[in-house]
Design a protein. Structure first.
Length: 159
């Protein structure tokens, strides 16, 4: 079933979030908290990833960081100024900080994270006025579907 489109989002935005959701599902199947990310440059998904904190026994292995590392390597650059990072869950402080440092052009996320989100829920590191870079941020994109993947994963764990 095609997903409903928001008027301010392009086909590339929907493809980017769909890639992130696909990664989130893969992560959940692997026993990771199902968060997925995709980096899109010039309308093309350049890199995608899901959380690998359990697999790597490394709490820094969030989907956004892995996808951004892959995109930086693929482009052979140290900044992602023309990139959009799509992520199924509002970025945490670690990931938001990395996005600022990498000078990501846009961040598009799905579900809000009232416990750790740093794009408006707990704080707003991505748009902090004292930082030297502030990406464009669009939240709540396909939020219901992104949230469903997380709720379903944790419900199964509780049962």
């Amino acid at each position: 079933m095609p997903l409903p489109k928001r008027p301010n989002l392009s086909d590339a935005d929907h493809a980017g979030m769909a890639a992130a959701l696909s990664e989130a599902r893969r992560g959940g199947e692997a026993g990771e908290v199902p968060v997925g990310a995709a980096v899109v440059v010039d309308g093309r998904v350049l890199a995608s990833a899901h959380n690998e904190t359990v697999k790597g026994r490394d709490l820094t292995q969030h989907a956004e960081l892995i996808a951004m590392r892959r995109a930086l390597a693929a482009l052979n650059v140290d900044r992602l100024e023309t990139a959009t990072v799509y992520v199924t869950l509002e970025p945490c402080a670690q990931c938001a900080g990395a996005m600022v440092l990498a000078r990501v052009g846009r961040v598009v996320f799905g579900a809000h994270d009232p416990k750790a989100g740093m794009a408006g829920s707990v704080g707003d590191l991505l748009r902090h006025p004292k930082l030297n870079h502030r990406p464009q941020v669009i939240g709540g994109v396909m939020a219901e579907e992104c949230g469903h993947v997380l709720r379903e994963f944790f419900q199964v764990r509780r049962d």
